[in-house]
Write a protein that binds this ligand. Structure first.
Ligand SMILES: [Zn+2]
Length: 308
């Protein structure tokens, strides 16, 4: 692959509290905001508490999931008396950190999330983004705990989450951590990933060339709902103990997936795939018990800063 050059990446946004009860990002942003006008060498850092009302209430959101509000259609929709709080907030964030797809957007947007699933540290990003792939490879090479990537194959106009507002961006998703809880081990993983991201940006801006290569990523294929009673819509089974906490462990045809409350085991049908977001608390309302992904290999070119 041909070498790629990119203009300096000097404006970084670190966001937390996009979901108001995901405490790693809330405390990370609060900690960074103690040091006003943060600058790390060549990188100017903006810290943002994305959904302050939900953070105050320690809830995922007030009216609507903020992290589903950043599609082009929603960002350009007219404001009325009934516009949900989170959509108003999404427009404010787009003004502050974007505009999405525009020249004035921050160079890199990093949005911090937690999951109740046992997913460890994952970077989630859209399409093929050489900057994010290089940062992913860098973080993975430096951290002692597993670091994985989930690539969402969605066009930018339909990309719904906050990180799509930056020129480059990714979500840091770390778990397991219950809503409203802050765990030191999880917090430290987030902090290490943020510090390594800043370190990579500084080295990149100083003129270092980073070699191309290959990384593994997970590409979502389908979502699976809980078994439900057809009349009441209540769930009739929980995630099976053999699937619980086994995110990213290959699920083979015939492997147990659910255990019904009457004691019946349900099993995986179809191709062998990798489960993730297994029993994520916030996804009960989205009717998702777990998601399934295939493993892909992403090849990326060497990269360095574009000089005038
Ligand atoms: Zn979240």
């Amino acid at each position: 692959m041909e070498h790629v050059t990119v203009p300096p990446l000097s404006r970084l946004a670190i966001c937390g509290g996009t979901h108001g009860n995901e405490m790693s990002g809330v405390y990370m942003v609060r900690e960074m905001q103690k040091h006003k006008d943060a600058r790390a060498g060549s990188v100017a850092i903006t810290t943002v508490m994305s959904n302050p009302r939900a953070v105050d209430a320690c809830r995922r959101y007030i009216d609507k999931d903020l992290n589903r509000c950043f599609t082009d259609a929603l960002l350009s929709s007219p404001i009325t008396d009934s516009t949900p709080y989170e959509l108003l907030r999404a427009k404010e964030l787009n003004d502050q950190l974007g505009p999405k797809g525009g020249a004035g957007a921050v160079d890199l947007l990093c949005d911090i999330h937690n999951t109740t699933a046992n997913m460890g540290l994952c970077l989630i990003f859209y399409s093929l983004d050489w900057v994010t792939l290089h940062i992913y490879k860098y973080i993975q090479s430096k951290m002692t705990t597993p670091v994985r990537a989930i690539q969402l194959d969605i066009p930018l106009s339909e990309a719904y989450s906050l990180e799509s507002v930056g020129k480059y961006g990714f979500a840091i998703e770390v778990g397991p951590q219950p809503g409203g809880v802050v765990r030191a081990d999880i917090f430290n993983m987030v902090k290490e990933a943020v510090d390594l991201t800043i370190e990579w940006l500084q080295r990149f801006n100083s003129g270092e060339t980073f070699d191309g290569g290959e990384v593994e990523a997970f590409s979502p294929v389908q979502t699976v709902d809980y078994p439900r009673d057809p009349t009441t819509n209540e769930i009739t089974a929980a995630v099976h103990p053999q699937l619980q906490d086994n995110d990213f462990k290959l699920l083979q045809p015939g492997d147990p997936t659910f255990l019904s409350f009457s004691g019946e085991t349900m099993r995986h049908e179809g191709a062998a795939l990798y489960p993730f977001f297994v029993n994520e608390c916030a996804y009960y309302e989205k009717k998702i018990a777990y998601q399934l992904a295939k493993k892909i290999t992403l090849t990326f070119p060497s990269i360095s800063v574009k000089k005038d």
